[in-house]
Design a protein. Structure first.
Length: 363
């Protein structure tokens, strides 16, 4: 038997049975060292002749399926599996694939025409606005003409200013409170009378007149009546001037809302005209000062009719004996030395609004 086997093995080289180690594919479950040794001992041929030598050659020859497979490194599949397992899905901020949006041709043409019309209208409006506010000399250098008496510049600027006021008024809320400060944060407050500071001789005869009340009669109140009838409220807030400066001051006085409750205005009233007949111009002549204030702002919890400044009665330079304090408005609304408050249905005239400033003056 051995001789015949040796003779068969001496045939041509390409007909000799090839013995290969069976390819081990990575398994999903780990294999212990004992199991690996058992598999290895089962696959190795015995060294001495025995029953294993008498097995048919078909059992020794590898399967034709493995004959033509290329030899591969056993570590490659494991590396591929590791690489695939380390891949993470794209996060929220990762690059996303492009989204294809299909738009019908007639819809696209309609949108294009609309965009062109809107752009053209905006360009014409911008050029018109620029033409209204540019100086006359610049317009003439550009070869254009504009009537000097048309008043277009004033109209355009007033309309733009009124639009800003309307937006600010629409966004106003009584729940919005301005910041308050501590006494250590108080800063000096300069005298900023529009003209000359009046002489204090008016104080003994001063009184406050209320008009437009629901009772239909006018009421005159002295400073002592205001101090004894109404509770005092203190607050340290910032006064902001339209000129660009501001100061933190300590104020005390009655709330405007308390005065409205004690002396209700007529039912159709929406505005208050607050004025001072004591105001002087730069030459020392009487120059009555007046502002318009909507009743919603008058009822704001931080709107005061101030009687004290930094713990002392108001000095003349800061509006003795009674001044308006509206922290949600610019300083030009904070009338000094108030002498009259009138409640009206329509918006009244405003001193600085008539001179080109905003009539709302919110901050």
């Amino acid at each position: 038997m051995n001789a015949e086997r040796e003779e068969d093995l001496s045939g041509p080289e390409d007909l000799r049975p090839v013995h290969r180690e069976p390819e081990q594919k990575p398994s999903e479950s780990p294999v212990s060292q004992d199991e690996e040794r058992n598999v290895a001992s089962a696959s190795e041929p015995p060294e001495s002749g025995g029953v294993a030598d008498r097995r048919p050659e078909a059992e020794v020859a590898p399967s034709p399926l493995f004959e033509h497979e290329p030899a591969t490194d056993e570590s490659t599949p494991a590396a591929d599996v590791k690489t695939a397992s380390n891949r993470k899905p794209a996060g929220f901020f990762g690059e996303q694939p492009p989204t294809i949006i299909e738009v019908a041709p007639h819809v696209l043409r309609h949108q294009t025409r609309r965009d062109v019309l809107l752009f053209g209208a905006g360009a014409i409006a911008a050029l018109t606005g620029i033409g209204l506010i540019l100086p006359q000399e610049t317009i003439e250098r550009m070869g254009m003409h504009r009537r000097r008496t048309s008043g277009g510049t004033e109209w355009f600027l007033n309309r733009a200013l009124r639009l800003d006021d309307d937006v600010a008024e629409a966004l106003y809320s009584q729940n919005h409170m301005v910041p308050t400060y501590t006494k250590s944060q108080i800063t000096p407050l300069k005298n900023n009378y529009n003209g000359l500071t009046p002489d204090p001789g008016y104080i003994p005869d001063w009184n406050l007149t209320l008009d437009g009340l629901a009772s239909g009669v006018s009421v005159s109140l002295g400073i002592r009546s205001l101090l004894t009838r109404f509770s005092a409220h203190e607050q340290i807030t910032r006064l902001v001037c339209v000129e660009g400066w501001s100061a933190v001051a300590w104020w005390s006085g009655l709330r405007f809302d308390d005065l409205l409750r004690a002396y209700p205005p007529m039912s159709q009233a929406k505005w208050a005209r607050i004025e001072s007949s004591i105001n002087l111009d730069s030459s020392g002549n009487q120059d009555p000062y007046y502002v318009s204030l909507d009743l919603a702002t008058a009822r704001h919890p931080q709107t005061l009719l101030a009687t004290h400044f930094n713990g002392q009665p108001l000095p003349v330079e800061h509006g003795a004996p009674l001044r308006l304090l509206v922290p949600v408005k610019l300083g030009l609304k904070n009338v000094k030395a108030i002498t009259k408050i009138s409640y009206v249905a329509e918006e009244p005239k405003d001193y600085w609004a008539e001179r080109g400033y905003s009539r709302y003056d919110g901050i």
